[in-house]
Design a protein around this ligand. Structure first.
Ligand SMILES: NC(=O)C1=CN([C@@H]2O[C@H](COP(=O)(O)OP(=O)(O)OC[C@H]3O[C@@H](n4cnc5c(N)ncnc54)[C@H](OP(=O)(O)O)[C@@H]3O)[C@@H](O)[C@H]2O)C=CC1
Ligand SMILES: O=C1CO[C@H](CO)[C@@H](O)[C@@H]1O
Length: 317
């Protein structure tokens, strides 16, 4: 196994590994996912990210259960994140119990509200129809997220895809503040405003699509193919992906990166050892910004609480 995984301490004292292993893939092949997770464990990954909507909970669960049974890891040494899908806002406790069944675990480490969007019960389409939207009552959703925590079904609760103002509203009624906000972040979408707000309120920012999600149906090669990122990589004898990941981690952010290819999995975890200098940081700061995951599919003029992507992300897009 590689050297010990670096950890961040969350606002509730729980420690989370800074590199997370993403399990979203467009084709969601259970056997490939299960094998990749087993390989990832061998390489030293200790944080796994899934969601009900990915369909990857069973494969992740099988790989973890097998590794625990084989004595490769103990349950307490892995950090598992999953997410409340938008059609489960009416009953987060039952949704999390279902997630635990899928994973074959007694608890998960982190449970996130996937989007600030509520869909009607039973809608499991990642790209909802206009008639699928329901009225979001985030205070009620959060109350039940807090109950999940109180019942010991998870160790931490948090959110995902929340803008600064949506976090601000949540903090007005939260008894337990979110430990994490998982959002898109990479050298071309740097989240300066959100990171500053989260720093002040002790909410940890976790970066999804830290490479820009090349190969995903919504993703792009713009980040790993960017000449600035490539030239910094050359200078450090690193790869563009390692530069993107190292830049995220140097900003106090954790990174959730997905690869099911052994070479790239090793490359990505190796980013922990890549150190960028102030000059590299300035170069990246000067890069043009582009939000790749825009979430248009969650906006519409009639039934969504967000008519436009500006309503969804507030002034952050
Ligand atoms: N909360 C949310 O709303 C969201 C959460 N997520 C989570 O974050 C995870 C990561 O985000 P994701 O969107 O997958 O994007 P990433 O930025 O991690 O990119 C993943 C893609 O990049 C390829 N790749 C991986 N490593 C390298 C490398 N070193 N060089 C070049 N290409 C590489 C992968 O292909 P290959 O497998 O062939 O290597 C895959 O196609 C997801 O799996 C999911 O768990 C993602 C999106 C939204
Ligand atoms: O995490 C994610 C990955 O894919 C989903 C769509 O298929 C997104 O909704 C999402 O935010």
């Amino acid at each position: 196994m590689r050297n010990r995984m670096r950890m961040v301490r969350l606002n509730n004292g729980v420690k989370m590994p800074v590199v997370g292993f993403g399990t979203y893939s467009d084709d969601n092949d259970g056997e490939i996912t299960q094998l990749a997770v087993r390989q990832a464990l061998k390489m030293g990954y200790r944080h796994f990210d899934t969601a009900k909507i990915y369909g990857s909970e069973p494969a992740l669960g099988k790989a973890l259960t097998e590794a625990i049974a084989d004595g490769v890891i103990q349950r307490k040494d892995v950090f598992v994140t999953s997410k409340l899908w938008s059609s489960d806002h009416h009953d987060p406790v039952s949704a999390l119990k279902q997630t635990l069944d899928e994973l074959g675990l007694d608890y998960i480490d982190m449970y996130l509200v996937h989007w600030p969007v509520k869909l009607k019960p039973g809608v499991n389409n990642p790209v909802p129809e206009e008639s699928d939207f329901d009225d979001l009552d985030m205070e009620n959703t959060w109350y039940w997220m807090e109950q999940c925590l109180a019942m010991g079904l998870c160790r931490c609760i948090g959110v995902s895809n929340f803008s600064t103002s949506k976090l601000q509203q949540l903090l007005c009624f939260a008894t337990v503040p979110p430990a994490v906000n998982q959002v898109e972040m990479h050298p071309m979408w740097r989240q300066r405003k959100l990171r500053e707000f989260c720093r002040r309120h002790r909410i940890h920012v976790s970066a999804y699509s830290p490479l820009g999600g090349p190969g995903n149906y919504w993703g792009s090669t713009a980040v790993v193919g960017h000449p600035v990122v490539k030239s910094i990589a050359l200078k450090h004898d690193a790869t563009p992906a390692q530069v993107a990941l190292a830049r995220g981690m140097s900003r106090g952010v954790s990174v959730i990166v997905k690869s099911f290819n052994q070479r790239r999995m090793k490359e990505n975890i190796g980013a922990i050892e890549v150190e960028l200098d102030e000059y590299d940081m300035l170069e990246i700061q000067r890069m043009e910004e582009w939000k790749i995951m825009r979430g248009e599919f969650l906006t519409n003029q009639t039934t969504s609480p967000y008519r436009t992507i500006q309503d969804l992300w507030d002034d952050e897009i």
